[in-house]
Design a protein. Structure first.
Length: 279
């Protein structure tokens, strides 16, 4: 049960908490009396031989009270003292610790038991089950996978060792046929797509023999194209008209130079002919 409690502590005086050994004092307010003027005071609390300053008050600074929230059990023998020129009033409430602790103990025990029960009875969801199973199964699954790989490798080796030479040859031929079929399918897909990038990727997939054959075909195509170009050039040269020796290409200045000379030559030829006839 809580009851009001108050103490007045004057400078140089020691005041202890009163009541039974199980009493606790809850200090709420530290204040100067109304009659104090120009008052300055500091409250100290001594607990188990150690002294601590709790609050400092100054009426000039209009700091007349301070609110605190401190508990002082009577069992710790707290003692209050004041240094300054004014007494200090301490107000709060007192309470019996046994009743309070007894009630609190029962509640705490109930809370502790309920909390432990809740921890023990945590709901197990599908996610938690799945995580637990995965954690436990992970190493087992890894070990099983390694064993399967080792067994498969051992089975393959033992199978190959048990085959005869004829069976090995037949197996090799089947593998070659499968590779050829795969190459043909890849070539068909490349031709249908018709992109240069796809063609380049297809060239990477070709074998050395196929690359040689492709290079020879490309060389033959280039030679045929060169032969066709040479034939076209020869045909064009044959179709061009021949240029006469006496004629020169028609242009402005050469035509002017040769315009009068053929006439003089013709005239001279005529005159020579007449003289030869007379003779």
């Amino acid at each position: 049960m809580q009851q009001f409690a108050g103490y007045e502590v004057a400078p140089g005086q020691e005041v202890a908490v009163t009541g039974a050994e199980s009493t606790i004092f809850h200090l709420s307010i530290v204040a100067l009396p109304h009659s104090a003027s120009n008052a300055q005071a500091t409250l100290y609390a001594t607990v188990e031989g150690k002294t601590f300053a709790v609050a400092s008050l100054n009426s000039k600074a209009k700091l007349n009270q301070v609110a605190v929230d401190l508990i002082f059990p009577k069992a710790q023998s707290p003692v209050f003292t004041v240094k300054g020129n004014s007494p200090v009033h301490l107000t709060g409430y007192s309470q019996e610790m046994e009743d309070d602790m007894g009630m609190m103990g029962e509640d705490d025990e109930d809370d502790f038991e309920s909390a432990s029960d809740d921890e023990d009875e945590l709901p197990i969801t599908k996610a938690t089950k799945k995580e637990a199973v995965q954690k436990k199964a992970a190493p087992v699954a890894a070990a099983a996978a390694e064993e399967d790989d080792e067994e498969s490798e051992g089975d393959e080796e033992s199978d190959l060792e048990d085959l005869t030479s004829e069976e090995l040859k037949q197996l090799a031929e089947e593998m070659e046929e499968d590779e050829e079929q795969d190459d043909e399918e890849e070539e068909g897909e490349e031709e249908s797509e018709g992109d240069e990038e796809d063609d380049e990727e297809g060239l990477e997939d070709l074998t050395s023999e196929e690359l040689k054959q492709l290079a020879e075909e490309m060389e033959e195509d280039d030679e045929e194209e060169e032969g066709e170009e040479e034939e076209d050039e020869s045909e064009e040269e044959e179709e061009m008209p021949p240029v006469s020796k006496g004629r020169r290409p028609e242009s402005g200045k050469p035509a002017a130079k040769f315009a009068g000379k053929p006439a003089q030559n013709n005239a001279g030829g005529r005159q020579g002919g007449k003289k030869a006839g007379r003779n």
